[in-house]
Write a protein of this length. Structure first.
Length: 303
């Protein structure tokens, strides 16, 4: 028989239950969170050259200790899925944690100081695993990327059209701001934040009165309509992320006493219905046995 028919052995189930109890404990989560913060503090301390040179040996030893602790943590998380190994890779956070730990042991990464520091910086993002609100925000940002790309395309098209119009109308009179398409795009991009809008309007009015319509329409579309659309995309993604987090928590939550009581009540009701149906069948069968049978046609003819 195959492994799928037998399922995980008792040793693997015992290991998974023990590791799951450890990784789901509150002290374990707080310990890993403290370790991440210590790793971030060590990374920040290395930016001070005097401290880095004076405590070079101690900082390197602390980095090795952090790496060993992170390795033990990811091994425990993998052991928690010993009975269901595929479930470990279904969680994107597990894949991210495993990649961060494994890459630290690669020779090419360890020899490159810049890449190694970037990898250590990525460990700080692991705080999202232990902070639900931060995890929701990060998931919302990731889910809003498609809408953000569409927003950027529309914004780039709007900037290009208004930059060309500005170059046609103000290119000769104001070459510093609209002398080329690049300068016009830069000017309009800065005006999107409403910085220097008053000076731009006054300078445009000296050239033409129609410049007021140009700037008003641009500000209304770029600074109000598009920005509100982007805010709407982010808020919608944030609601989706909260719903996913709620479903994730409910899936991991064990059945409570209320749900167990509801299941018992449902089972009792079903058993009562089955018993009633059996009694009805028994009564029907008993009634059919006492019904007198009519003699057949041949028997009447013989008589």
């Amino acid at each position: 028989m195959t492994f799928m028919e037998h399922g995980p052995g008792p040793a693997r189930r015992a290991l998974a239950e023990w590791a799951r109890a450890v990784t789901q404990a509150r002290w374990f989560a707080l310990g890993v969170l403290a370790l991440i913060l210590v790793n971030a503090a060590l990374l920040g301390a290395e930016t001070y050259r005097g401290m880095a040179q004076e405590w070079q040996t101690g900082l390197r030893a602390a980095e090795h200790v952090c790496l060993a602790a992170f390795t033990v943590e990811i091994v425990l998380r993998m052991c928690a899925h010993a009975d269901r190994p595929r479930d470990f890779f279904r969680d994107p956070w597990n894949i991210f944690d495993l990649a961060v730990v494994v890459c630290a042991f690669l020779p090419l990464v360890r020899e490159n100081t810049t890449v190694l520091r970037l990898l250590r910086l990525a460990r700080v993002l692991r705080t999202a695993r232990f902070l639900p609100q931060l995890r929701i925000v990060m998931v919302a940002v990731a889910r809003s990327l498609p809408g953000t790309v569409s927003f950027l395309l529309v914004g780039a098209l709007l900037l290009y059209v208004y930059a060309m119009v500005g170059w046609l109308f103000f290119g000769d009179a104001d070459p510093e701001q609209y002398g080329s398409i690049g300068r016009a795009v830069l000017t309009l991009f800065l005006l999107m934040t409403l910085d220097g809008l008053g000076d731009a309007v006054h300078a445009g009015l000296e050239i033409s009165r129609w410049s007021l319509l140009y700037y008003v329409s641009y500000v209304l579309i770029a600074s109000f309509v598009l920005v509100n659309v982007l805010i709407g995309v982010v808020i919608s993604s944030l609601e989706e992320a909260r719903e996913l987090e709620r479903e994730r928590v409910e899936d991991r939550r064990p059945p409570g006493p209320l749900s167990a009581a509801g299941g018992c009540d449902h089972g009792r009701e079903l058993s009562a219905r089955i018993a009633a149906a059996r009694r009805a069948l028994d009564d029907l069968e008993a009634g059919l046995r006492h019904v007198p049978q009519k003699p057949s046609t041949r028997a009447r003819r013989g008589a």
